[in-house]
Design a protein around this ligand. Structure first.
Ligand code: KG4
Ligand code: ZN
Length: 343
């Protein structure tokens, strides 16, 4: 049975996993760095990279021990090679190259976004290509048609902030701790989603792109006005994000025949967003798949799984594979005017 060791360190989670080609997770571990970054209200790249160097080697030993395997027993080593914070990306990629070289195993330099994109197939053996993917995380907000392993067509991206970034910024304005998504979702549960009038940027526009910067500014004004409770602001903000994601996804569904809608990435852990997307999929006669929350936020099982899929497709990398800060899944996609540095 094919067994792949996966390594992930592209943002603020150090993660290692052992996954088989038969969709069994033999062992996995994720160590977050929330407390290290909390005083700064966001991820500090230098702190993250140093923490990965300290954490990752022990995690690799732990996961191999948990699975009662040695590196000689694995068939390949998959490491995230980007996109992400370059100092962090280099940690897992160099560790992966070292292990692959020492043990004589093939290296799979995995695109982190491909890890998210293929993750639903790890838990759902019936999910076939193509499917429409809403990828919503701290660094990315995209709609992609997933046509096969290594075959992606981007239908839309954000022209400014990612959805998770918007949650994190709103959380900071509300005085909540990092990461903001879960904190805002908790607070929103007790608020009125119609209490605070907030914009829905780009809703109704022809191209299914996203924009969240104006929403952040509006939250800033709502907080400064002192007229609304934090619970109402959180609930209204979350509703605005839901409305944007739903409208943009519907627009993309009109352009894709894919029989299933899939949501992945950290923001996909949000229950209100999952419910709204399930309704949209049903309305358009499509299936709906949302991986379990632990698989939506950053982890190494998705990297090992993407590695297993790539290995099966014969897509092996050399030890020269570069670490990339930017690495779009669809290299042919047009640059979107106003788009920031998001991959
Ligand atoms: O995929 P991920 O773990 O890391 C990136 O690749 O970015 O996503 C992290 C992002 C953060 O912005 C976090 O605030 C957001 O996902 N997030 C959520 C929730 N859980 C995590 N956003 C909204 N609701 C949640 N429950
Ligand atoms: Zn991610």
């Amino acid at each position: 049975m094919l067994t792949v060791l996966g390594l992930e360190s592209s943002c603020d989670d150090s993660a290692v996993a052992l996954v088989t080609g038969a969709r069994r997770i033999l062992a996995q571990a994720v160590v977050g760095q929330n407390s290290a970054h909390q005083p700064f209200g966001g991820v500090v790249p230098e702190i993250a990279a140093r923490a990965h160097v300290e954490i990752l080697p022990g995690l690799i030993r732990q996961v191999l021990n948990d699975a009662k395997l040695s590196i000689r027993d694995v068939d390949a080593v998959a490491a995230t090679a980007g996109p992400g914070l370059i100092g962090g990306v280099m940690v897992a990629l160099l560790a992966g190259k070292g292990l692959a070289l020492a043990a004589g195993k093939p290296l799979l330099a995995v695109n982190h976004l491909e890890g998210h994109a293929l993750s639903p197939r790890l838990v759902d053996p019936n999910l076939r290509f193509p499917y429409l993917l809403l990828l919503v995380s701290g660094g990315h907000c995209q709609l992609l048609e997933v046509r096969g392993v290594g075959n992606y067509r981007r239908l839309a991206t954000t022209i400014d902030d990612a959805a998770g970034e918007a949650f994190d910024k709103a959380a900071k304005l509300l005085g909540l701790s990092y990461p903001g998504g879960p904190a805002v979702e908790n607070l929103a549960a007790d608020g009125d989603p119609r209490a605070v009038p907030l914009p829905r940027p780009l809703v109704g526009s022809a191209e299914p792109h996203f924009s969240f910067a104006g929403l952040k500014s509006a939250v800033q004004r709502a907080v400064a006005s002192g007229q609304h409770s934090p619970t109402d602001i959180a609930a209204s903000f979350q509703q605005a994000v839901v409305d944007c994601l739903v409208d943009r996804t519907e627009r993309a569904l009109m352009r894709s025949d894919a029989p299933a809608l899939v949501v992945a990435g950290g923001v996909a852990a949000n229950q209100a967003i999952r419910r709204a997307l399930a309704d949209v999929a049903a309305k358009h006669g499509r299936g709906f798949i949302a991986p379990p929350s632990w698989l939506c936020t950053d982890n190494a099982a998705m990297i090992a799984w993407a590695g297993a899929e790539r290995l099966s497709a014969g897509l092996i990398d050399t030890l020269n594979a570069p670490a990339r800060a930017r690495w779009p899944l669809d290299e042919r996609a047009d640059k979107v005017r106003g788009a920031g540095v998001k991959a």
